[in-house]
Design a binder for this molecule. Structure first.
Ligand code: NAD
Ligand code: UDP
Length: 329
């Protein structure tokens, strides 16, 4: 009998790659999504796969699954700043009510649950690189607070279920991850720059471009998450690529890679945009024997090759789509 795994956010970027990974490892996957930021085309290739089942559902409503469930991976949540600024209440709800529903489901089914947390729990960090024991520097009432605090609550309620109910829980703190199936218009810096290069627009740097990020290729991220799920470690673990770069240097790398003739233009820095971000992955190395193997050059090339092949309508689709039909039942 195959083990059953529920993956929420299955039609999203990371969720869809996780569906592929678990199917390739011989699991039966139940994907769940309400398409608020996801895209059905990310799981189209699984439509006729007997080891994949899809349920369209908003996880902030009671989640009902028939039969046995062995594992739950909770990846449903808007993840890009422009998404969670546009749908702040849904972002808070999926991290809080949605997580509560999935923890309840895990308890009822005696399933192990892994929760997708984020480097954003560290906010604009005063400790660099960020280690798991750093408590963070988050502006609770700023515009990004809806995401950061939902994720911090998510970690707290997960640990409460672990301590109080003895639930088997895992928490991954994901640092900026990229690759094929990101939404070209989701506003995150990689699709933003690559989309601009493909449309023949100037590359927009927010602020002076001296802020840093560290980008992890999706295959490395998925492998880290997989190893964490099957480890016996219940506390948060950073998974990301420590290779740090400033956004300005990164824009220049993208110009070289895409061979665009466009220039860089500067726009206002969004409120509370973290100045620096780099994961300390010593813990993941030690307990999961994991570290990333795909460098930025290789990963960016794969990602650009994917974006280049997208149909024209995806390239020019407006920044925000109509979410209304997915919010109300
Ligand atoms: P994404 O937007 O591509 O995917 C999220 C998916 O969740 C979408 O398909 C969306 O429709 C779905 N969803 C949102 N709310 C839902 C709800 N109420 N019910 C059902 N489905 C819902 O984003 P992603 O980059 O794949 O992120 C996935 C997870 O990983 C998120 O929890 C995010 O916070 C976390 N994460 C991602 C990154 C990254 O760099 N990609 C970094 C840190 C954390
Ligand atoms: N950024 C930018 N230009 C863009 C999009 C993003 O300069 O068109 C910057 C953004 O201000 C941030 C960094 O790139 O400093 C990474 O942004 P992203 O939205 O990818 O994710 P974050 O790490 O901030 O969650």
């Amino acid at each position: 009998m195959k083990k059953n795994v529920l993956i929420t956010g299955a039609a999203g970027f990371l969720g869809s790659h996780l569906c592929d990974k678990f199917i390739s490892e011989n699991f039966h996957v139940i994907g769940m999504d309400n398409f608020i930021t996801g895209d059905i085309s990310n799981i189209e290739h699984l439509k006729n796969n007997p080891n994949f089942q899809f349920i369209e559902h908003d996880v902030t409503e009671f989640v009902k699954i028939e039969g046995n469930l062995d594992y739950i991976l909770h990846f449903a949540s808007p993840a890009s700043p422009i998404d969670y600024l546009k749908i702040p209440i849904q972002t808070l709800k999926v991290g809080s009510l949605g997580t509560h529903n999935l923890l309840g489901l895990a308890k009822a089914k005696k399933a192990r649950i892994l929760i997708a947390s984020t480097s954003e729990v560290y906010g604009d960090p005063l400790v660099h690189p960020q280690t798991e024991d750093y408590y963070g520097n988050v502006n609770t009432i700023g515009p990004r607070g809806v995401y950061d605090e939902a994720k911090r609550f998510q970690e707290s309620i997960t640990m409460a279920y672990h301590r109080f109910h003895g639930l088997e829980t895992r928490i991954v703190r994901i640092f900026n991850t990229y690759g094929p199936r990101m939404r070209l218009n989701d506003g995150r810096v990689i699709p933003a720059f690559m989309g601009q290069a493909l449309r023949g627009e100037d590359l927009t740097i927010f602020g002076d471009g001296l802020q840093t990020r560290s980008f992890c290729y999706v295959d490395d991220q998925v492998e880290g998450i997989y190893r964490l799920l099957f480890s016996d470690y219940s506390y948060p673990v950073n998974i990301g690529n420590p290779h740090e770069i400033s956004i300005k240097d990164f824009a220049n790398e993208i110009i070289k890679l895409t061979k665009t003739n466009q220039k860089i233009i500067y726009k206002e820095l969004p409120v509370d945009d973290p100045l620096q971000r780099q994961p300390d992955i010593s813990l993941a190395k030690k307990i999961l024997n994991w570290s990333p193997i795909i460098g930025r050059q290789e990963g960016m090339q794969k990602t650009f090759d994917y974006f280049k092949k997208l149909p024209k309508d995806k390239l020019y689709k407006s920044e925000h789509k109509d979410f209304s039909k997915h919010i109300k039942k």
